[in-house]
Design a binder for this molecule. Structure first.
Ligand code: GLN
Length: 492
């Protein structure tokens, strides 16, 4: 059986008894029946007790959080409404810019850098009454699936500290799973919200590309990156997404529409929805899917059938090629996005006899091995003479996937598959990069197509490690996707 991290009184950090959901917290704080300060102190005490073992946080913003919670309480006392997330604690992946608070991307290259502005999502959360508790650990520049690529050491899975929490947003997932914060934000370029959510047993959402502003998210692969929530429940994730979504003129890829209404429809059920189980992403033709993960997937399908949905299997042949296309496109975009870390404009600098030597020395000292590997892969994929064979071909696969998924969504409302082919693995178990990359097979398609997807906890394996099921939807299909997620959650 698993051996979860415990609090000083012996209770597992993963037991949620006594922890209110974000929906409950906001209602209690708005009505004045609980204070934001009291709730914050409870989370700070858990951080103090458990984060030494977990290392979910790079930085805890204790004093700012106390001031923000006090301001929420003062607003309530003055008869004002602090907003829909009143007093809800939130942790931010440390690649989201926070004014006056270090933002490291878990990289040495940003050493000493403090952003002069807040990301749009941070502004929106604070305006809604949320209280930011700190910045969470990640794989360096969000490149990885385990947080083992953090320059500051990995995060541990609260369910079993010998195992990874997933990645790259492993700190955010672990913080929510351990109740160190009510909710958290992450970024998802190839699965970095959904996969750690699955491995830690929480809900994680990758919204439609353009639904949430990327302004203030440190760029990895700009055509794939999206910000989204981690939460203990589907309703909490919906509440957070409603708050952070909606047009922002500071992100030119932001969809010019208001945020969708999700919470109000959560209970509407799945009666009549046509849901396809993607055969290629559920163990047919690809090896490495753990039998227990597939067993939970089929139970999830049965639960949706019992709730009135029409389930069928469907083939999306190009879904398998997504992995190869992604590991060309993402490094190509990363190689140009990361060119800005030159020893001059941000953070770390190593001196050299001339400018080129100074830049090379700074980048050599500042980036870890996985980031260097991606920069080299991406630069090669874009280089003269190879760009068409590698980058161009990957883009054609991406176009093919977009049209295949669009065709499938003519006959299905939603698609279903596991979030990750395996449960949380032990540190070092996927030390060779290719083995690690293969882990992203189920999550990458939604990034390449821009479509939304959610990971919902759905039981465990025989040892008690969480399993996540992924519901995918067509562009801006979040409302039905959340209804199916709520139905899955409610069936347990
Ligand atoms: N694991 C994938 C990668 O390493 C996805 C990362 C992410 O979504 N940020 O690129």
């Amino acid at each position: 059986m698993t051996n979860p991290v415990t609090l000083p009184d012996g209770t597992p950090v993963t037991a949620r008894a006594g922890l209110a959901s974000a929906v409950e917290v906001a209602a209690a704080v708005r009505s004045g029946s609980t204070s934001a300060t009291e709730l914050l102190e409870a989370h700070l005490a858990r951080i103090e007790a458990a984060d030494g073992a977990l290392h979910a946080f790079n930085h805890v913003t204790t004093e700012r959080a106390r001031a923000d919670a006090a301001a929420v309480d003062a607003a309530v006392a003055a008869g004002q409404d602090p907003g829909p997330l009143a007093g809800v604690t939130v942790a931010l992946k440390d690649n989201l810019c926070t004014r006056g608070v270090p933002t490291t991307c878990s990289s040495r290259i940003l050493e000493g850098w403090t952003p002069p502005y807040d990301a749009t999502v941070v502004e929106r959360l604070r305006a809604a009454g949320a209280v930011v508790v700190g910045k969470t650990n990640l794989d360096e520049f969000a490149m990885g699936s385990s947080t083992e690529n953090s320059a500051f050491g990995p995060t541990r899975n609260p369910h079993d500290p010998a195992r990874v929490p997933g990645g790259s947003s492993g700190g955010s997932a672990a913080a929510v799973a351990a109740g160190l914060t009510a909710v958290a934000l992450g970024s998802d370029t190839g699965g970095s919200i959904r996969q750690p959510a699955a491995l830690c047993g929480v809900v994680g959402v990758k919204p439609t590309y353009g639904l949430v502003s990327r302004y203030g998210l440190v760029a990895f692969a700009s055509s794939l990156d999206q910000i989204g929530p981690f939460a203990p429940t589907v309703a909490d994730a919906a509440l957070v997404l409603e708050t952070i979504a909606g047009h922002d003129r500071r992100d030119s890829t932001s969809i010019p529409q208001p945020a969708p209404a999700l919470s109000a429809q959560l209970g509407d059920g799945v009666e009549g929805l046509r849901i396809g189980i993607v055969s290629e992403l559920s163990g047919q033709g690809i090896e490495g899917f753990e039998p227990e993960v597939l067993a939970r997937l089929h139970e999830a399908a049965d639960a949706l059938t019992a709730a009135g949905a029409k389930l069928d299997t469907v083939s999306v042949p190009s879904a398998v090629a997504g992995l190869s296309a992604y590991y060309m496109i993402a490094p190509a975009e990363a190689s140009s996005n990361l060119a800005r870390y030159d020893g001059v404009r941000y953070g770390l600098r190593r001196e050299g006899p001339n400018t080129a030597a100074m830049m090379a020395a700074s980048r050599t000292a500042g980036f870890g091995p996985e980031v260097k590997r991606r920069i080299m892969l991406g630069t090669y994929a874009l280089s003269a003479g190879y760009a068409d064979a590698f980058y161009g071909r990957a883009q054609r696969i991406r176009t093919l996937m977009i049209s295949e998924f669009a065709r499938v969504y003519e006959s299905f409302d939603l698609l279903l598959c596991p979030t990750s082919p395996c449960v949380a693995f032990e540190f070092g178990a996927k030390a060779d990069p290719l083995t690690m990359y293969l882990n992203d097979v189920c999550t990458i398609p939604s990034n390449l197509t821009g479509q939304p997807a959610i990971s919902v906890p759905f039981g465990t394996d025989a040892t008690g490690l969480p399993v996540g099921v992924q519901v995918m939807a067509p562009l801006l299909g979040e409302a039905a996707m959340f209804r199916a997620a709520a139905a899955l959650e409610g069936s347990r």
